[in-house]
Write a protein that binds this ligand. Structure first.
Ligand code: PLP
Length: 290
């Protein structure tokens, strides 16, 4: 695997984390995934803000200033030398006793991974994907709040495995009240009569950075946009469905549980938003890095 790893400010060839790190033992960590466009990290201030919010959400003091992280990220990107990069920033609780209580943990460990993005097959964007409604429920907000991006993703791992068994590319999860939430690593949108809908944060979802950008783009381009709490059946009337995420960007969903959404093809609103999102990235990160 060609991955550059920055471990607490040092670029290490063969990075190893302690078996006593609570990130490993208890999933006690926070993280962000950042993509690049023309070699530049996209929405970095937004990702760093969310990393801080996630850390606050689990009462973890980040042991660095944003300027330090940006500098280390720059060094790691340079060492990677990939035309485009997949960036993963992980902060763990650190090494401690084999005990759920984190008070024995010393300093958090800060890791920055940089590698070439794997991406998704072009076909997914042209023809759309099949998403399965799975039986696994999204974590309830009062248990492990999905709004906090922690390293504890077992909820989503189980949902993804269920989707794999159903032959689908991703899993859609309901919350315990039966309302639509999100997919395993992406936010959910659908379109009906030209209006765009997405579950509200109150449903228990991650406040996706791509989700935010798409909500703004929809508003600026005259698409009525509604956030709310809806049961799964609302999707029976959807003419288009799509997912958003840092790596996926905007990905059309043309089948739900194997059944076609609308006419079974990527719809015009989804296509328009895909173009608008690409334009946005080109506008902000368009020129080659100096
Ligand atoms: N929802 C979940 C559960 C995620 O893990 C992710 C991204 O990893 C998203 C939504 C999309 O968020 P973003 O657009 O910030 O990548």
């Amino acid at each position: 695997m060609n991955v550059k790893v920055n471990f607490n400010g040092t670029l290490v060839e063969d990075a190893r984390l302690s078996v006593f790190d609570h990130g490993f033992l208890f999933g006690d960590s926070v993280y962000e995934v950042v993509s690049t466009h023309r070699g530049r990290p996209c929405f970095l201030p937004e990702h760093l803000r969310r990393l801080r919010q996630s850390a606050e959400g689990i009462h973890l003091d980040l042991p660095f200033e944003d300027s330090w992280l940006k500098n280390e990220l720059g060094r790691t990107l340079e060492a990677g030398g990939f035309p485009e990069s997949y960036i993963r920033i992980v902060v763990t609780r650190g090494e401690g006793e084999i005990d759920i209580d984190p008070s024995s943990c010393g300093r958090p460990n800060v890791l920055i991974y940089v590698t070439a993005p794997k991406g998704y097959p072009l076909e997914y964007y042209e023809k759309g994907i099949n998403v399965a409604m799975v039986s696994v429920k999204r974590n309830w907000r009062e248990s492990l709040n999905p709004g906090i991006k922690t390293g504890n993703y077992l909820n989503n791992v189980l949902a993804k495995m269920e989707a794999n068994r159903m032959g689908a590319q991703d899993a859609m999860m309901l919350n315990v009240s039966g309302c639509l939430t999100e997919c395993t690593t992406s936010n959910l949108f659908w379109v009906r009569e030209g209006s765009v809908f997405t579950p509200s944060l109150s449903c228990g979802i991650l406040a996706g950075i791509t989700r935010d950008a798409v909500i703004k783009l929809a508003g600026e381009n005259g698409f009525p946009m509604e956030e709310g709490e809806w049961p799964a059946e609302i999707l029976d009337k959807a003419q288009e469905v799509f997912l958003t995420g840092t790596i996926k960007k905007i990905m059309p969903v043309t089948r739900l549980d194997g059944k076609p959404v609308g006419d079974g093809r990527t719809g015009p609103v989804t296509r328009r938003l895909m173009r608008l999102y690409d334009d946005l990235l080109n506008r902000f990160y368009g020129s080659e890095p100096s």
